[in-house]
Design a protein around this ligand. Structure first.
Ligand code: SF4
Length: 402
């Protein structure tokens, strides 16, 4: 509900983007996740899914257009200077005493978001939140057409979609969405093993993943599949990745993104882990799973590690041509002695993952101390060094995912 003139200069921005979408415009098609039951996920727990209407979204696009006109008519300069000029020239919007601080914050966040998007060329858009394609196709087509008419510079539109949602969309609807601008769909496959999918309450089967993927490929929309090494825990460790490779070989995504499991304290899986119902796989187990996957994929695609939960985050390349190089990277790690691997992992996580946890403003002195103590034990060759390191790494991963 917009009731102050300044409300025409703000729009709804959801909490989550996606890897590779940092410069994109976030356009919120709906709020949160319509499924919201996956055990390993904490993204939208505690919040209820909400549809947004075509009218609401178009109103957001109008606000984005207004903001981009304001920003474009300011004196050219660094983004910060341009934003400052807009703030000072439009006190009716940004110094509006009739609304509270929270409303002003939303207006300010909208302005800076559009400023960043314009600086990055206004070429890419990400549809939020977890399953934008659940919107009825005729309405989504209207939204995409409206968006592209307002911003002809847009070259790429990306959305998350659940496989279950995609199975309900006829291929011709997906084709129409592609023609209206939808160029990439990100699907959280996570596993192709039904036992794992069921345990994790993913709400989809391996067969549905395959059907969904084939539809997207048939509609000529770029398909990105997220896969989660470690999700089979200790119980389904081998089955998980063997069956995931079988499913991917039938889905044939253009890109596979690995995001190795990190058990988030805020996810329901944490409790299962504490209760002993889920055995947390080691980093070495997950490296073995990745190796198995890389060896088993039999179609041309790209593969990459999108998150620092992947200890070997340098794994990236095209298959089949880069397969041997990727396997060599894995082989170098596996050829290390037990102690070398421990040091390697510790250094890697301390250098790249830990600063992210600390930078997120959590002021996590306890975790920093845990790492310092583990390092001290390692240097002194203490008998409990390994246990301390594993505890510190597990704690760090449970805090947040970079
Ligand atoms: S569908 Fe995606 S966003 Fe929703 S609960 Fe599962 S992993 Fe999380």
């Amino acid at each position: 509900m917009r009731d102050a003139p300044g409300d025409d200069y703000c729009f709804d921005i959801g909490p989550m983007g996606a890897i590779g979408e940092q410069g994109s415009l976030m356009l919120r098609i709906n709020r949160h996740c319509p499924w919201n039951r996956c055990l390993f996920c904490s993204a939208y727990k505690g919040v209820k899914f909400e549809y947004r209407t075509e009218k609401e979204i178009k109103r957001d696009i109008d606000a984005i257009e207004r903001l981009s006109h304001m920003l474009s008519s300011a004196k050219p300069g660094q983004p910060g200077e341009v934003v400052r000029e807009v703030l000072s020239k439009h006190p009716e919007v940004y110094d509006d005493g009739s609304v509270g601080e929270q409303a002003l914050d939303v207006r300010y966040a909208s302005l800076t978001h559009v400023a960043r998007w314009l600086v990055s060329g206004a070429r890419t858009v990400f549809l939020q939140d977890a399953d934008a394609l659940i919107m009825r196709t005729p309405e989504l087509l209207e939204v995409l057409t409206y968006l592209r008419a307002a911003f002809p510079s847009i070259e790429r539109i990306t959305s998350y979609a659940r496989s279950r949602t995609l199975t309900h969309k006829p291929v011709q609807e997906l084709r129409a969405l592609r023609e209206a601008g939808l160029s990439r769909v990100l699907v959280g496959v996570e596993s192709g093993c039904d036992a794992v999918l069921e345990f994790m309450q993913k709400g989809v089967t391996a067969e549905e993943h395959i059907r969904a993927g084939r539809k997207v490929v048939e509609a000529k929309i770029r398909l990105v599949a997220f896969v989660m090494p470690g999700l089979g825990g200790k119980g389904f460790r081998d089955q998980h990745m063997v069956e995931t490779a079988v499913v991917l070989n039938q889905m044939r995504p253009d890109l596979i993104r690995l995001r190795s499991l990190a058990i988030q304290r805020s996810s329901p899986l944490y409790k299962r882990y504490e209760d002993g119902a889920f055995g947390c796989p080691s980093d070495d187990d997950m490296v073995d799973e990745i190796e198995l996957l890389v060896r088993s994929l039999d179609f041309p695609c790209e593969i990459e590690t999108g998150q620092l939960t992947n200890m070997l985050f340098e794994i990236a390349g095209k298959l089949p041509e880069d397969r041997e190089d990727i396997l060599k990277t894995i082989g170098r790690y596996k050829a290390m002695s037990h102690e070398e691997r421990l040091r390697f992992r510790f250094q890697r996580y301390s250098k790249y993952y830990l600063p992210y946890v600390i930078d997120r403003g959590r002021s996590d002195f306890e975790l920093e101390e845990q790492f310092e103590e583990a390092y001290d034990r390692l240097q002194r060759g203490a008998a409990d060094a390994e246990r301390k390191i594993e505890q510190a790494i597990f704690e760090m991963k449970s805090r947040c995912i970079p």
